[in-house]
Design a protein around this ligand. Structure first.
Ligand SMILES: Cc1cc2nc3c(=O)[nH]c(=O)nc-3n(C[C@H](O)[C@H](O)[C@H](O)COP(=O)(O)OP(=O)(O)OC[C@H]3O[C@@H](n4cnc5c(N)ncnc54)[C@H](O)[C@@H]3O)c2cc1C
Length: 377
């Protein structure tokens, strides 16, 4: 099989490069900036099955199984910890929402538990406050270090024979007589018979000249990281309306995210007010967050599709093209599986999961109301 170029060194593209290189395929991974430069380096890092759309749940379950073995398969500790995920209710209304989530996800076969009162929740996470009324608890969810994990995939791809070119941006995908023939880049043309486009928020710009439309909107999410604290929190925390999420990293730092905003004109850093609001919201359920010193803040961009599900597809109109983008705030956990699925599609194998819900052409007919990201870790 001829050369494969992957555009985008986030977790999706890096995991795809690793899968293809292990397969012995001639693969080149390019990233305009560097590995993990965008969402994959800025994420909360939650690895969860709970709270998933039914179409995404099989992928998330498969991903969680893979995360447990990454240390061994990639040869690097990516700080994966299976400490569970708590989705909290702070008001009586939110208790009803959480109850509904538990019922529907248990019906889909997920081992998710309803913790009906503060005492039950604090048995799982003693550092939580009295303001928590109930929670959904998934013991097999967890978290990992996003930068370590994404680099581990790219490094492993390199060790297995892939070429990784950072600082090389794709300017266009060359198509001749309906087939991919190369990628035009800031460093010249790279011939390719297959192209995997995993460029996050920039994916539509590269699809449009090919006559393909991926309607993405962008959400800006604020992230706060504290100074290291003693071990305080095992599970990742989310809340019923997804307006904040938090976890404690392996090194002890707390990391929080807010629910995102669509204001594209805002500054690249979160404002002082935004940071204060986010810390207060997390401290309401996790008091130590209010006393922790803030070490660093940043923002991340979410590539949001109208139905908040990703596109993982090989569009029929262009032979050799694979698109994997629009992960809508859930794509870090899915990375190991998304990479394998991209490899399946690029090599013409039957994909190992049903991808009907993730086709690009679904937006030609489906309503385009904006989806909502589910940033609860
Ligand atoms: C604040 C925040 C919190 C999140 N929390 C979670 C969470 O807890 N759990 C979870 O599962 N997900 C979470 N997500 C979502 C998750 O981080 C993303 O879905 C995932 O990282 C997407 O990975 P990706 O590889 O598809 O895209 P990206 O990581 O965005 O990578 C795309 C890459 O393409 C490159 N690129 C763009 N254009 C070009 C070009 N023209 N040429 C070459 N390269 C190009 C970029 O430089 C970038 O490195 C969160 C996201 C954010 C922002």
């Amino acid at each position: 099989m001829g050369a494969i170029v992957i555009i985008g060194g986030g977790i999706t593209g890096s995991a795809a490069a690793d899968a293809l290189a292990r397969d012995g395929q001639p693969v080149t991974l390019i990233d305009r900036s560097g590995i993990a430069a965008m969402a994959s380096g800025r994420t909360l890092g939650g690895v969860r099955q709970s709270g998933r759309h039914p179409a995404e749940l099989p992928l998330a379950r498969a991903a969680v199984a893979l995360w447990a073995g990454l240390h061994e398969s990639l040869g690097v500790d990516v700080d994966y910890r299976r400490g569970g995920n708590l989705r909290l209710a702070r008001t009586p209304d939110e208790v009803g929402i959480i109850r509904g989530i538990v019922d529907s996800q248990r019906a889909q076969g997920l081992d998710l538990h309803f913790l009906p009162d503060n005492r039950a929740v604090r048995e799982v996470a003693p550092a939580l406050s009295q303001n928590v009324l109930a929670a959904a608890y998934c013991a097999t969810d967890g978290h990992a270090d996003p930068v370590k994990a994404t680099h581990a995939f790219a490094d492993s791809a390199r060790r297995h024979g892939a070429t990784v070119r950072e600082g090389v941006g794709a300017l266009g995908i060359e198509v001749t007589a309906g087939r991919v023939t190369g990628v035009l880049t800031t460093a010249g043309r790279i011939p390719a018979e297959r192209v995997i486009l995993a460029a996050g928020i920039d994916t539509p710009t590269l699809l449009r000249p090919l006559g393909l439309d991926l309607p993405l909107s962008t959400e800006v999410v604020a992230v706060v990281q504290s100074e290291p604290l003693p071990p305080t929190l095992g599970p990742v925390l989310g809340v019923a309306n997804a307006d904040c999420a938090a976890r404690q990293e392996v090194g002890g730092r707390l990391r929080f995210t807010n629910g995102g905003s669509t204001d594209a004109t805002r500054a690249p850093e979160p404002s002082a007010t935004e940071v204060r609001d986010l810390v207060a919201r997390v401290a309401h359920v996790l008091p130590i967050a209010g006393r922790a010193r803030v070490s660093r803040t940043w923002t991340g961009l979410v590539d949001l599709t109208p139905d908040a599900l990703p596109v993982i597809d090989a569009p029929a109109s262009i032979f050799g093209l694979v698109v994997a983008a629009g992960f809508s705030g859930h794509g870090f956990c899915l990375g190991p599986v998304s990479g394998l699925l991209c490899a399946d599609l690029a090599t013409g194998r039957s994909p190992r999961h049903d991808l009907a819900a993730f086709r690009l052409d679904r937006f030609q007919t489906a309503p385009r109301a904006a989806g909502r990201p589910e940033l609860h870790g």
